[in-house]
Design a protein. Structure first.
Length: 227
């Protein structure tokens, strides 16, 4: 590990994985025929400082799901449904996205936005702890997507990995954790979270049953394909 010179000047102890100018370029290439509900969700995130995955990662999630013809997705930590919007688009009218979210107030918001986008019929949104909700489901998933509190990342991986079908994907956001995973000295947002993300990433890369890669876009998205 090293403390690179590319640490953010305005926020020492933090690294921005991809130069923002490059991300702006990538964003500019995307299709901008957006549903108004999507714009509203993005505006709410900006106004309330809520950590949605954002447009680039959203399109990445949709693309990953379409690539493997995903029909059944489980989300750990759904917020008010922004990432679920992209999965719901990908799974098609016969697919299903099971959302789990600790803050029950987010369910109403998700219904509002995803209903307006005509995607609510593909969503099974459950309020409560993701770990508990997941344990209440049966069968294999095409995709398990993890975006809960970072201290829980290793636990979620260990729960999810055997419930992904061969050829299916485990995806988790924030796996570079603003670069802290690569730094010797960093300011942790919550005690132990950086170490938990590191452990999570190492467990996945060490698992011989998965092919794994980190896309450094935004805060780093890990994709692990079950062999
Ligand atoms: C980063 S936000 C999720 C954002 C969402 N995936 C998106 O991009 O729109 C994390 C969410 O997970 C929820 N959360 C955190 N830990 C959780 C847990 N163990 N079970 C269920 N929800 C959890 C939080 O309430 C928060 O809304």
């Amino acid at each position: 590990m090293n403390d690179s010179k590319s640490q953010s000047a305005s926020n020492p102890g933090v690294l921005i994985p991809v130069n923002p100018v490059i991300e702006d370029y990538m964003r500019g290439m995307l299709d901008h025929t957006d549903h108004p509900a999507l714009i509203e969700m993005e505006m709410l995130a900006q106004k309330s400082n809520f950590p949605i995955v954002g447009r680039l990662v959203g399109v990445f999630l949709e693309t990953m799901a379409k690539m493997i013809n995903a029909r059944r997705v489980f989300e750990f930590g759904s917020g008010y449904g922004y990432s679920a919007y992209w999965f719901a688009k990908a799974v098609g009218s016969t697919g299903q996205v099971i959302c789990s979210e600790a803050d029950f107030l987010n369910k109403e918001k998700a219904e509002h936005y995803l209903g307006a986008a005509n995607l609510w019929g593909r969503i099974d949104f459950r309020a409560g702890m993701a770990q508990v909700i997941f344990a209440q489901t049966d069968g294999l998933f095409d995709i398990c997507y993890n975006d809960v509190d970072k201290g829980d990342y290793p636990e979620i991986w260990l729960m999810a990995k055997d419930r992904i079908r061969p050829g299916g994907l485990y995806i988790a956001d924030n796996v570079l954790w603003r670069g802290r995973v690569a730094l010797e000295h960093y300011a942790d947002v919550f005690p132990g979270w950086t170490e938990a993300v590191r452990e999570h990433n190492q467990l996945i890369f060490n698992d011989p049953d998965f092919d794994t890669f980190i896309n450094p876009t935004r805060d780093g998205v890990i994709v692990a394909r079950r062999k």
